[in-house]
Write a protein that binds this ligand. Structure first.
Ligand SMILES: *Cc1c(COP(=O)(O)O)cnc(C)c1O
Length: 371
């Protein structure tokens, strides 16, 4: 019996996808081998790899100006590999800090470059976004880094296609283009994303499209010549791009699982269809929180995340009792991140509506019992 799983990551996967993986575990499509046992240079794995790249390109509508890379190391490792790949001759990079993850990114950057804080919402305890018009960009940054969905704090940017050109135009006078670099780990593939001028979009797989071990980097072609000489070759984007993400042994099973997720997303009707469901799920929970004096979400309503919903009991002394009662009803992994406390429900693409309904009805029962 499967639990109602609200894990922030690694997170719930669709039953269909797990079943297919189970069926193919010992013998992938008559090859007599499981995917974990295949050479990454053989024809069987090559077909899995190629299909995953093609499906992702078509699902997200990645234009030919951008390369899709599968790497290892997680999104966290990219905090180092981004400066190593993008600084070129420049020393400064700009950071917008809107939560736990982008703060970590900014801190790590200090090891590699003069990290400039372009904006921070820390004084609001990360309950709002930083409007691009308010960013204090430095004179000549190599790139501007933003986290478009803060997994811990539940803050999401929704106007990505609009603010990108704005940043470009503010920086437009410069000779070399300034790359916008986006950490989309916890909402990539949750809705259509118009990829035009963004320099880099990166994400770990285990939130919204698979299992831990795969890191996706989508990078604009013209940025591949900026790596510093000390950039490790296995994480040198240009080398990885030139070998179609088989520079060394890639995380083969993780890429296979991501491929199954891409096919599942296509069967759901693609990203517009999945967005509609994600909106419905998020609205159901936010409405339950907002219509009760028992629960509270502190995030600016304009930028509340559809994927990660942190909330508190107004009487925080009841949090442990809430979690224990939830577990009895098989509602699991609802504890808030240690930096925020309280509760958090993460509801990625694979979270069914029934999980959210079960949570809301438990919240109402808990309130009735304790009011
Ligand atoms: C989870 C997460 C990360 C870190 O991912 P790892 O795979 O653990 O390295 C970075 N950024 C965001 C927004 C995340 O949600």
């Amino acid at each position: 019996m499967r639990a109602f799983n609200f894990s922030a990551g690694p997170s719930a996967l669709p039953v269909e996808v797990l079943q297919q993986a189970a069926e193919e575990m010992l013998d992938w499509q008559g090859s007599g081998m499981g995917v974990m046992e295949m050479s990454h240079r053989g024809p069987e794995y090559a077909s899995i790899h190629k299909q995953a790249l093609e499906d992702l390109r078509s699902l997200l509508g990645v234009p030919q100006t951008h390369r899709i890379l599968f790497l290892q190391g997680g999104a966290l490792a990219e905090n180092a590999f981004i400066p190593l790949n993008l600084l070129g001759t420049r020393h400064v990079a700009d950071y917008v800090v809107t939560g736990f993850w982008s703060k970590k990114t900014y801190q790590e950057a200090h090891r590699y470059c003069a990290a400039h804080l372009a904006a921070t919402t820390e004084m609001s305890r990360f309950t709002c976004a930083a409007d691009p018009a308010s960013w204090q960009l430095s004179k000549d940054p190599a790139y501007v880094h933003v986290c478009t969905n803060e997994t811990v704090n539940g803050v999401e940017y929704f106007d990505l296609p609009d603010y990108t050109p704005e940043v470009e135009s503010r920086l437009g006078a410069q000779e070399e283009s300034v790359a916008l670099v986006i950490d989309a780990s916890s909402h990539i593939l949750s809705r259509p994303l118009k990829i035009t001028k963004q320099g880099v979009i990166y994400a770990s797989a285990q939130k919204n499209f698979g299992i831990a071990g795969v890191t996706l980097v989508i990078v604009r072609d013209d940025l591949l010549d900026r790596a510093l000489p000390i950039c490790p070759s296995a994480f040198h984007w240009k080398s990885v791009a030139q070998s179609d993400s088989i520079y060394n042994t890639p995380p083969t099973y993780g890429i296979y699982m991501a491929g199954l997720m891409f096919q599942w997303l296509k069967r759901q009707g693609g990203l517009s269809a999945i967005e509609k469901r994600n909106i419905e799920k998020a609205q159901l929970l936010y409405t339950a929180i907002d219509s009760s004096a028992f629960y509270v979400n502190k995030v600016d309503p304009q930028v509340r995340s559809r994927m990660n919903i942190p909330f508190h009991l107004t009487d925080e002394s009841r949090t442990e009792a809430f979690l224990a009662g939830a577990k009895e009803r098989r509602l699991v992994q609802l504890k808030g991140h240690s930096s925020v406390g309280g509760l958090r429900a993460s509801m990625y693409n694979a979270t069914p509506m029934e999980s959210v309904q079960a949570l809301v009805s438990y919240m109402q029962d808990f309130e009735r019992q304790h009011a």
